[in-house]
Design a protein around this ligand. Structure first.
Ligand SMILES: N[C@@H](CCC(=O)N[C@@H](CS)C(=O)NCC(=O)O)C(=O)O
Length: 82
């Protein structure tokens, strides 16, 4: 199962999560959420993240809404990385 990151890359909250994922060498897929178009407020996105904010991480059915929690979760995938 591939990790998906729903992000608006210019945001620091987005790129810190993307940076951790890349630093750890994890496979992940970018799902672009265009904040300039209000895509975080669409019903489809709200169903995933009721806070209607970005970023969101999915790993199968597992969903996270908090960027710092995402960093911890990603790190837990590579405990050997230190
Ligand atoms: N505590 C959340 C905050 C997320 C957050 O505030 N995201 C902002 C962008 S940095 C957002 O999606 N804003 C869109 C909005 O409020 O409509 C986290 O760190 O993930």
């Amino acid at each position: 199962m591939t990790i998906e990151l729903y992000v608006f890359p210019p945001s620091p909250r987005a790129f810190k999560v993307m940076t951790v994922a890349n630093h750890l060498g994890l496979d992940w897929t970018l799902r672009f959420v265009d904040l300039t178009k209000g895509e975080q407020k669409t019903p489809q996105y709200a169903a995933l993240n009721p806070n209607m904010r970005m970023p969101t991480l999915t790993d199968g059915d597992y969903v996270l809404w908090e960027s710092n929690a995402m960093g911890q979760y990603l790190a837990s995938k590579r405990p050997e990385s230190g």
